[in-house]
Each structure stands twice: as C-alpha cells, then as structure tokens.
Ligand binder design. Structure first.
Ligand code: ZN
Length: 332
C-alpha cells in the first residue's frame, strides 16, 4: 500500500524542517509604518477606531520614528493633519506645512529610517476630495479638475523632497500624476528620489477608520470617479502599466486583503517592486475581534502579513509594523 501524502507530512513534523522548507519568510525588512502628524507640542492623541495608533505632534512623531528605527523598520509613511483646511489644500505644499516640518525633524533625529510621504490633497482640502473641485456649469455637478490638481500635486511633491523626503508616494489617482511629479522632481534636482505610486487603489469600504485618523472624509460625493471599481482586475494591470510608463519605481495595491489576486497578477506581469497597503479597516476588524477575545491578534496579524507577502508583495504598509517588528524578533 502506498501513502503518497506521507511524503508531504514527513516534512512538516518538526519546526526545524518547517523552517528549512518555508517558502515565504516575513521579516521586519518588509514593513513600513504609517504615521499621522498633527499640529501642537507634546501631543499624542489616540485614534479610537485604530487602537494603538495616534495623531502625533512633530516632537512626538520624531521620538516615534527613532523608536521604529531602533526596531529595524526600514521606513515610515507620513500623513498630515493640517492646522486649517481650504479649497486649494494649501497646507499640502507650503514649506512650513505640517508634513514638511515633520520630515525635517525626523531626518535630523532618525537618519536611518526612510521617510516616505503621501502626496494627495484630501487631507488638506475643506471638502475632503483628493484634488481641486470645480462645478460643472452645464450639469451643476461638482467634479475634481484633473489638470489643476496635477499642478498642486507637483508643488506638494517638490516641497516634500526639498524638506528631505526619501520617497514620494502619490495616492490621488489623478490622470498623468506620476509623469507630472517625475518631471517636477527632476526639474528641481531630485532625479534620485523614487516614486511609489498608489497604482491600483480601489474605492473601498476598508478605508473607514483611516478617514477618522486623517480627518479626510469627503464632505459630499465619493471617490469612485477616480478610484477603481472592486469588480475589476485587468483594469488594475492597465493602471500599473501606465504608472510604470510614466516613471513609477514602486507600484502599490490598496487595500491588500480583498485584492491578493491583484498583487499576484501585477507581480507576475511586471516584475516590478510591489507595495501592498494593509489598510485601516483590515487592521481594525482584527483589533476589534481580538478585544472581544474572538481571535488571537498576533497569530492572525502575522498570518495576514505573511499572506500578503506570499501573494507577491515586496513591502507592506501596515499599522502592525511596530508590533510585528517585536513579534518577529523572537524567531531570529
Ligand atoms: Zn486622497
């Protein structure tokens, strides 16, 4: 009698054999921690929908960056909550803006951690949309003006680079924004600054808690005219292809968990560095269930992060980055 499955089982019987044949190894090297910076001094305000995450003033976020650097985390991505919001999102591109101040302080204190900056308008506009909104006189509808928005995004990206940002990450999904930002950076002497493009960004319900964190809920309408329909996959490949043609160095899929197939298809099709954004809703549902004692947070979080990596992500933006850095250390 033959037992063909025995051959597979023999290789699972000890932890050391499992370690040797393991195909995906999650490590701290894969992780990027998102952080929220707000005005003030000595402020560390908890974000209720995202336990363990805070809106921090520049001094506090600098301390946090030093701690993350000490844990071996390669990079952070910054989101800003400006002092005031306006129609033009001017807080996004002034040289003394909240993000610009944070970059300067962090680069001084934590030299070995990459500072990635999210480039978008939604945190800075009073209506919460990702760009400049114009009223169509013919239909009476409000819509985002793509070309006007591009100008503002370029200003924002250049001002981040001037402050010392290591990677620029446009998340707005406007047409032509990667090429426009690439040109703007090059013109100002930042040819060496890579662009991580939010290429396949879906209109998702999983962003809910983030909008509380970044105070960026649209005041009217939604973002489905410029974010992708969750039903589509080939369209994601076209978005990625366009962004690579325009000069993206790293392409991103957001969210991660409901889109693992997209991550895999992009990795297989383009063989470019792929980032996956394990978004706030994906984090908060696990936190909430863990608080009720329904699941083991650490086990589930590591399983999720490993799954995202196995799907093909080279790097993962995740609110678990700090905790995972500690959890993963034990196995080294
Ligand atoms: Zn946005």
């Amino acid at each position: 009698m033959s037992f063909p499955k025995l051959r597979l089982r023999r290789l699972r019987k000890s932890e050391n054999i499992r370690r040797l044949i393991r195909e995906t190894n999650l490590s701290v090297d894969d992780l990027i921690m998102p952080l929220f910076v707000r005005p003030g001094k000595g402020t560390k305000q908890p974000i209720p929908s995202m336990p363990g995450n805070y809106q921090m003033s520049v001094d506090m976020i600098t301390e946090e960056a030093k701690e993350l650097e000490g844990l071996g985390i390669p990079g952070i991505i910054l989101f800003g909550i400006p002092e005031k919001k306006d129609e033009m999102g001017s807080g996004a591109y002034t040289d003394d803006g909240i993000i610009q101040q944070a970059i300067i302080a962090i680069k001084k204190a934590a030299k070995n951690i990459l500072v990635i900056t999210d480039v978008c308008m939604c945190e800075y506009t009073d209506h919460g949309h990702c760009g400049f909104v114009r009223r169509d006189d013919r239909t009476g509808h409000f819509d985002v003006d793509n070309d006007m928005t591009l100008e503002l995004l370029v200003k924002e990206a250049v001002s981040h680079a001037k402050a010392g940002a290591d990677i620029i990450a446009p998340s707005d999904m406007m047409d032509g924004r990667v090429a426009a930002i690439r040109d703007g950076l090059d013109e100002h002497g930042f040819e060496q600054t890579p662009i991580m493009a939010y290429s396949a960004k879906y209109a998702s319900g999983f962003y809910g808690p983030f909008r509380e964190a970044a105070e960026s809920t649209p005041g009217f309408g939604d973002r489905s005219s410029y974010q992708m329909d969750p039903h589509n996959a080939s369209e994601a490949l076209r978005e990625v292809s366009l962004d690579i043609d325009e000069g993206a160095d790293i392409v991103m899929v957001k969210p991660a968990l409901a889109y693992l197939d997209i991550i895999r298809r992009i990795k297989d099709t383009f063989d470019y560095p792929v980032a996956a954004y394990n978004v706030s809703g994906e984090f908060s549902v696990v936190k909430a269930a863990a608080e009720k004692g329904w699941i083991d947070e650490k086990r589930v979080a590591l399983e999720i992060l490993t799954g995202i990596k196995r799907a093909g992500a080279d790097m993962i933006l995740t609110y678990w980055a700090k905790d995972a850095a500690g959890w993963l250390k034990k196995y080294v």
